[in-house]
Design a protein around this ligand. Structure first.
Ligand code: NAG
Ligand code: NAG
Ligand code: NAG
Ligand code: NAG
Ligand code: NAG
Ligand code: NAG
Ligand code: NAG
Ligand code: NAG
Ligand code: NAG
Ligand code: NAG
Ligand code: NAG
Ligand code: NAG
Length: 510
């Protein structure tokens, strides 16, 4: 008993000592930490470079504005006045970007009655070669096949208080094979509004698409106009949709194939290559940046509108199981590329990074299109399609005259199937109304002589990736024939590709 109570006393005493120690230690320690934290903080706040691994670039508002302009060309610079321009107090209120209905990063949304539109971009088209009034072309998706209501455009000018309102004059379904889609799908359209003649020929700053002319819009798109800087058009632009630049299965070689592809297009005459991409592996970004720093490549963002998914890594399998969505988003991107630059380039070439147009004899595209006997210019050009199978890895008969990593130069076995004529793959910026899959590029005035499509002495080479697609399964034998036309560009292509590969450190050179 005695022992027990003594033990208890000792225990209580020790407990008190421990608690007191902890208490005082904490007090002291707390003061110490406080003052030391303050000291460190005071020093660091004046030396942001001391933080490792943090981007401490001083980003000014101008830089942000420039970045926004490049990445989201349809956003209108903010006009934040309390009472913006309008027709009058009850009609056509100006929408600033804080009040617009935005959708999936690149789109704006507008309802007109029961119809919902997703708007991607708007461009002024004042090409004199069209023999038509200047119009603004709006790239849009509608939530049904047929609209239930007609539309109007409200044009906004920089210094005008009132909009100019004009009816949509043309509703062009961008995709000519609507049987592949269902009524409830989203449907791509090119909507045109004639710009009323004004004394001054100014580009409208922005446009709102509405149902009834007086409707208060929920969208306001900057009207793009990229004129030729010195009045002279450049030659060829290449429009590319690059939805799948993150495919894992063949990634290691993809950046190298991209370099070979870009260099070959440059040799053939491409002055600018415009990509629309949805998800890209960092190694591809490295390559893209290399060329965009040189002004040769432009990469634009793209997303699916409305209820469609944009979840990274999921988009690709999503699109692969829904080819109709893939087709319309590709067509939409091609049209965006064309309308954005139609005043700057003479011709547009439409490709993906596994296809290239190789003239049979001409040294480049310019020479191809100016062959004698072609007096009036065609609106578009077609070529035969050749499929080159991807079978070197199984056959091991690499050519000694070209590096193993240059895929197109190595792969010369092509299918001997009856020639398939490819859809138009080159369009003139003079008179085409752009459109792609399953339908030719159209002209404004159908049937007129310069609306024709010419067949050119060239092959559209398609380079298989692996052996999965039907046309890529052909084995060696009668069904494959050797076609080395591409090796005409061998010397120049090897040199240019190696230079880029060396700069980027993608291949080990000894
Ligand atoms: C903690 O700092 C305060 C104010 O500086 C001081 O009043 C207090 O005595 C300090 N406490 C200890 C345990 O040092
Ligand atoms: C950042 O840029 C702004 C505007 O150019 C300038 O006023 C400011 O001093 C800069 N700050 C630093 C830390 O360089
Ligand atoms: C506002 O403008 C519309 C269209 O011009 C016109 O119909 C309407 O009467 C005007 N309302 C007022 C209050 O002025
Ligand atoms: C547009 O908005 C204004 C202000 O909110 C409102 O008075 C007017 O009725 C609206 N006009 C239409 C056509 O809805
Ligand atoms: C909108 O849909 C509703 C319900 O389906 C219908 O009653 C109405 O007439 C439609 N409005 C228009 C303008 O089509
Ligand atoms: C849409 O319009 C086309 C052509 O005008 C017509 O053939 C088709 O039946 C219409 N579809 C629906 C669902 O109204
Ligand atoms: C749209 O306008 C055209 C021409 O004015 C007219 O024929 C057509 O019925 C209108 N459509 C709708 C859905 O109101
Ligand atoms: C669309 O349908 C046509 C036949 O109606 C077919 O030939 C074509 O392959 C289809 N395209 C897509 C992308 O499914
Ligand atoms: C087209 O519009 C732009 C911008 O206003 C102008 O500079 C150019 O001269 C116009 N082109 C024609 C052919 O009217
Ligand atoms: C116009 O610009 C193009 C492309 O930038 C350039 O190649 C050409 O030399 C320029 N022409 C004149 C006359 O400045
Ligand atoms: C390629 O990607 C890998 C992994 O993301 C990275 O380690 C490597 O530095 C990249 N190479 C280039 C040239 O960007
Ligand atoms: C296919 O095109 C190639 C190259 O232009 C040509 O040599 C060949 O005769 C064509 N084949 C057929 C069946 O037309």
């Amino acid at each position: 008993m005695m022992e027990n109570s003594m033990l208890r006393s000792i225990f209580i005493f020790l407990l008190c000592v421990v608690l007191a120690t902890i208490f005082f230690f904490n007090m002291e320690h707390k003061n110490e930490t406080d003052s030391s934290t303050e000291r460190v903080f005071t020093e660091q706040v004046f030396h942001p470079q001391d933080y490792l691994g943090i981007d401490n670039t001083n980003i000014s508002n101008d830089v942000i504005a420039k970045k926004l302009f490049d990445s989201h060309p349809n956003l209108v610079p903010a006009r934040l006045t309390e009472y913006g321009p309008r027709q009058n107090d009850s009609c056509a209120l100006y929408v600033n970007m804080l009040d617009a209905n935005h959708n999936n990063i690149y789109w704006q949304e507008q309802r007109a009655g029961n119809d919902t539109y997703y708007l991607f971009g708007a461009y002024l088209d004042n090409r004199t070669t069209l023999n038509a009034d200047p119009a603004v072309r709006i790239i849009a998706m509608l939530d049904k096949r047929n609209r239930t209501q007609n539309l109007s455009c409200q044009f906004w000018y920089q210094k005008e208080r009132m909009p100019i309102i004009s009816a949509v004059s043309e509703y062009r379904q961008l995709w000519k094979n609507p049987s592949n889609s269902s009524e409830s799908d989203l449907h791509p359209f090119l909507l045109s509004c004639v710009v009323p003649k004004l004394n001054k020929s100014v580009v409208p700053e922005s446009v709102s698409l509405v149902g009834a002319p007086c409707q208060n819009a929920t969208n306001n798109l900057r009207v793009g106009y990229n004129g030729a800087p010195n009045g002279t058009k450049r030659g060829f632009a290449v429009c590319v949709t690059a939805l799948g630049l993150s495919l894992r299965s063949f990634l290691p070689v993809l950046p190298i194939r991209l370099i070979e592809w870009i260099e070959l297009n440059k040799i053939l005459g491409a002055e600018k290559i415009i990509f629309h991409e949805m998800q890209m592996h960092p190694n591809m970004t490295t390559v893209m940046e290399h060329y965009s720093n040189a002004g040769e490549v432009e990469v634009s963002g793209l997303s699916l509108p409305g209820y469609l998914t944009n979840v990274p890594d999921f988009i690709l399998s999503y699109l692969n199981t829904k080819p109709h969505i893939r087709t319309f988003i590709e067509d939409l991107a091609y049209n965006d590329c064309y309308y954005k630059y139609m005043h700057q380039f003479e011709f547009f070439v439409v490709l993906d990074i596994f296809k290239v147009i190789i003239p049979d004899l001409a040294p480049d595209w310019r020479a191809l299109l100016s062959e004698p006997g072609k007096k009036s210019p065609a609106a578009s050009f077609t070529a035969n399609r050749s499929v080159f199978v991807d079978d070197k890895a199984e056959m091991h008969d690499w050519s000694a005259e070209v590096p193993k990593y240059l895929h197109m130069l190595q792969h010369v076995h092509r299918n001997v199937k009856p020639n398939v004529t490819e859809d138009e793959t080159m369009a003139s910026a003079k008179n085409a109304i752009f459109q792609k899959s399953a339908s030719p590029f159209l002209c404004v005035r159908q049937g007129s002589n310069n609306c024709r499509s010419d067949f050119v002495a060239a092959q559209l080479h398609k380079y298989c990736v692996g052996r999965e697609e039907d046309e890529c399964k052909t084995g060696r034998g009668d069904q494959l024939q050797i076609d080395t036309t591409i090796r005409r560009f061998k010397g120049e292509l090897i040199k240019a590709s190696n230079k880029a590969l060396k700069t980027l450190g993608l291949v080990k050179f000894t």
